[in-house]
Design a protein around this ligand. Sequence first.
Ligand SMILES: O=C(O)CCC(=O)C(=O)O
Ligand SMILES: [Fe+2]
Length: 321
Amino acid sequence: FNSNHQQDQCDNLCAIEINEIDMSKFLSGTDEEKKYIAVLFDRTFHEQGVIRLINNNITSELITKAKEFFALDLETKMKYNIDRQNITTSGYKPLGFETVANYKNEKQTASIDSTEAFFTFFKSQSKQLNFPADKLPEHFREIIPEYIFKSRQLIALVHRIVDMALGLDENTLDRNYTNDDALFSLRLTRYLPTEDEHGLAFGEHQDYLGFTLLQNDDVPGLEVNIDGRWFRVDSKPNTLILLGGELIQRWTNNYWISILHRVGAVKQLRFSALFFTGPDVNTVIETLPCEKCLRTSSKYTPVSVSEHLKQKQEATLQKHR
Ligand SMILES: O=C(O)CCC(=O)C(=O)O
Ligand SMILES: [Fe+2]
């Protein structure tokens, strides 16, 4: 990527062009094309930690529906209020309830993120929601199950690229995601315009687990940290952003990067759809048998996914005491 940008040549933050891979080519291209994609993927996750997926078979219809849902009055949305005792189903989270777990931050962020969200948790293998679909708001009843299904397929394809990129046996990665203890969730977010133009709409963080598929609308906001500098990532119609969570870095013994990212000030309502993925909670994360990952001595002790999650949650609680 072009590192010749000087901060002061850009209005605010410099935009960065991130590498793109064509998913339809990985699905039905020649061996050569697949190889090329795997090599680019490897280099990109080693050097930057974020890539764009094009021709991915996912449309912006969910974002359109999310706009309609969030436009409803609060009373109506609160009918779907998420059950905080049982957050494995689905539901609406109103403004001002949660601060982002910016456990890495040096920079202070707003203590309350100016977001509202709609969560859906579901099982991987059964291709089914954890709850009856008619519990979903009407806007989402058809589109959410469809989106989840397509995203799960897309992540399986990403995992095949990973296997090839790291020189692993086929189905090394995805087999950790195929039982019902794997962690998948969908988060639809509406960001309100930030009051302070230097404020953040969502604090800096790494995602906790595996890969995240991110779909933005056309309002800018996403920022990523590469080599200690922040860059804007502009949205592009019909594409998805792929980020690796902490377990990706851990699995590769820091050979691949779990990128630090945030949402900067937003000037108008902004919408995102985030598909978070994580392996079966019983998976033990230790360095994968990948040559490049094993070149340096092990930087981590093996940890189960559930233990990792527990540590994250404790760190978050500490921070907010
Ligand atoms: O909305 C975005 O662009 C990013 C949000 C994000 O990083 C997250 O929810 O984990
Ligand atoms: Fe994130």
